[in-house]
Design a protein around this ligand. Structure first.
Ligand code: GDP
Length: 171
């Protein structure tokens, strides 16, 4: 849905959420697995039809926070990936989202929360994720038009197209 549009998208989320896999899929159309050592905390920028993509890990990397903060200011939208099947780290993801949105780092920048790995049986329901992320609070802080949640599976190639269509409206 990005035809003729321009902008830069910043992909954020905890490590293991699926950022590298999604970027690789966008770049090549393939799905492959990256061992933990092959997943950089920051990916190279890549451009696809006028849209620049870049991804950063959040959580446990306080030292690099100031680095990606600079990118947030410049980006047209933030894609925040969550591992829907990782109940144990939902709170950590919520903490990062709250920091991002609560501290107004992304004020005026639309945020698409992409709940990935929905293909897995143990994936949490939308309601469980909304509660875990305190989504209603985030909506209040960010403004309802500027935040949305999507269930996706990068592995199956499902759901992220809707997220991109939503984001494209802002470009
Ligand atoms: P990153 O640290 O955010 O870049 O995460 P990765 O892209 O390296 O993905 C972490 C792990 O999750 C890898 O083993 C991926 O193969 C796996 N993964 C990514 N997307 C999906 C998905 O949609 N479904 C399932 N089941 N696994 C996924």
């Amino acid at each position: 849905g990005f035809e003729g549009k321009e902008g830069s998208l910043l992909m954020l989320g905890l490590d293991n959420a699926g950022k590298t896999t999604l970027l690789h899929r966008l770049r090549t159309g393939d799905v492959r697995s990256f061992p933990p050592t092959d997943r950089p905390h920051m990916t190279e920028k890549f451009e696809c039809n006028g849209i620049t993509f870049q991804a950063w890990d959040m959580g446990g990397h306080e030292a690099v926070r100031h680095l990606w903060e600079d990118y947030v200011c410049e980006c047209s939208a933030v894609l925040f990936l969550v591992d829907s099947a990782d109940k144990g780290r939902l709170e950590e993801a919520a903490f990062e989202l709250d920091a991002l949105i609560g501290e107004k780092i992304v004020a005026d920048v639309p945020v698409a929360i992409m709940c990935n790995k929905c293909d897995l049986d143990e994936a949490l329901s939308s309601k469980e994720i909304e509660e875990g992320l305190h989504y209603q609070e985030l909506q209040k802080m960010q403004g309802e038009e500027n935040i949305a949640m999507f269930r996706i599976s990068v592995l199956k190639g499902e759901g992220y197209q809707s997220a991109f269509r939503w984001v494209a409206k802002f470009l």
